[in-house]
Design a protein around this ligand. Sequence first.
Ligand code: T1G
Length: 677
Amino acid sequence: MASLVSCEYRDGIAIVTIDNPPVNAISQAVRAELLAFVHDLNRNTDIRAAVLRCAGRTFVAGADINELGKPPLAPALPEVADAIEGARVPWVAAIHGAALGGGLELSLACTARIADGQARLGLPEVTLGIIPGAGGTVRLPRLVPVPDAVEMVTGGKPVAATAALALGLVDRLCDEDLLSAAIGFADDLAARPGLPPLIGRPCRNATDMDWQGKATAIKAKARGAKAPMEALEALRDSAHLPAHEALKRERERFLRLAASDEAAALRYAFFSERSAGRSLASIASEPADLARVGVVGGGTMGAGIATALLLCGCEVQLLERDAAAAEAAHRRVGEMLDASVGRGSVSREAADQVRNRLAASSDDMPLVSCGLVIEAVFEDIDVKRDVFSRLDAIMPPDAVLATNTSYLDVNRLAEMTVDPTRVLGLHFFAPAHVMKLLEIVRGRHTGDRALATGAALAKRLKKTAVVSGVCHGFIGNRIMAAYRRDCEFMLLEGALPAQIDAAMRDFGFAMGVFEVQDLSGLDIAWAQRKSTASTRDPSLPYCHIADRLCEAGRLGRKTKKGWYDYGDGGQKVDPEVTRIIEEERARAGVNALSMSSVQIMQRILSVMQREGHALLVEGIAESASDIDLVMLTGYGFPRHRGGPMYLAAHESQRTPGSVPAAAIGAASPFKDWLIKP
Ligand code: T1G
């Protein structure tokens, strides 16, 4: 087998290169070869210093995630790091691309670090349900101030090269020949030996750390995930115990967490993300030109899509029905850009620059020069069919036409075009410039060029693309509609909104299903129910509670009343809602039973799983992991639980007191709807 680590020598400096594409993950073989070179160089008295660098697009992006959760293979990374730190000669890490996890830990074991201006450095282990396992929690706070180390380890976000320099995480930046600069640096260090290794130094600014305050903040944000708090504990050990003892505890913690359900679920989420949209990668067609993209409709969704497009460098032509609406849409996009500046996600200069690339008008002819047009008008099939008919008439035949519908039949829109192969669905999630998910909806006739355009757009927008076939609500909204409906049946059976919401929050959702409805408004779903009322099967059970709330003007937060009362700003249980629920229970002839949080969550999961299974059987979703990804990235499903389909496949990890999915809901008097919604 070809070697993964090599060494060359230049005037007494050893250049050790790791070459393990694509991201130089530090697998067992890399560890073994690297350790052998450390020992060799210790024996070679012609060598004054060593440079550790990587071939390819990045420095070491971490331990090989495929090895995590399996029995550790020798040599372990801490052994390699200790050997580098204790080496006879100084080692310099030359960092380009990303130095993450075990990669950063290796560089911390070196005597010094030099990085190029594009490098990113971080310890993202908590995003994988673990903590750094090779000295990161011990060496980092000895190099950068403890509060910054705590932020990096518990938050998992990498820092940019300039920030790393300011923190002291890297010693030098270099924008030209990184290797030559690293060799020069190594030479300098060889000339002034005696720098104490990090492990022998005290923690920096440890007294500035508010441990209790941070613990409270982590608890509030973690939604039940364990790793961030464990990371904080490891850093606390590091600040309070002798370094060797803290190292020992870090390793124990790491090994325990690596074997946890949480870490397994997060590894699954990591690889699901990488495999999403795989079917799109094999499409050979050239995508349409995305330099200029049209957006039809400048409401919340259209303006969000326009903002996302602007921020990724596209020129945007927005179409509205009249001049006043066009002006309002332009203003709305401006406000979204300002809010992004306020949140710190975009600089003021960048926002001002992209603003100039937006034009809004009530004249549709400027759309003609766009390679792609995305329609985001009112969610009504006739309105949208008119838009498609017009677009088909004016757009050149090679332009791709997309709809942002969240429920409607993409095939019925494509019917309005002469060439339906150029039509696809691009289902964004609100706010479109923030949310990571994009459902790419493949219609009956959608062609490769349209799909390739969707894939290219997702890549450009840095969104996670999941392919869905056509059905009511596609993958995400169809699952959400199903469990929302079941939650309403659970109200009839005996639960109350606050109980269901609390069960979901305890499970790890940021909000419960009724809180979410109050936030987004109850009126859109109400309008939909009314529009389909005539085709509803009267033999199936129907829950009237939401309709009654809407009829009473309770449309959610915007009317200060919905499932809850928001009269004085807070969210309060409203006896009026309880009364409506009780009346509906009486009308349905149901004796209310008490339901535990565990039973409620099991019901919700089982409905998600049933619907997910149906999506696979019908060929709407391409894989179970795509379904999970949709729920994780678009619907607030807690990432550390993997997703509903993941949980179905790992029954033991269901909520405590697990019962088989098939049995759940079987006792419900409304179970018929599960069979035929
Ligand atoms: N191990 C194994 N495979 C990895 C990997 C890793 N660490 N990182 C990436 N890959 C694969 C990925 O699955 C994909 O494969 C390909 O590389 C390209 O990735 C001891 C225990 C580096 C910023 O969490 O954040 O160190 O799909 O599509 O967008 O304390 O990859 O092509 O077959 O993501 O350019 C900590 C994870 C590990 C970093 C590049 N490290 N990686 O992004 O490419 S735990 C991480 C990333 C650890 C120590 C602990 C990103 C990237 P395929 P990609 P990219």
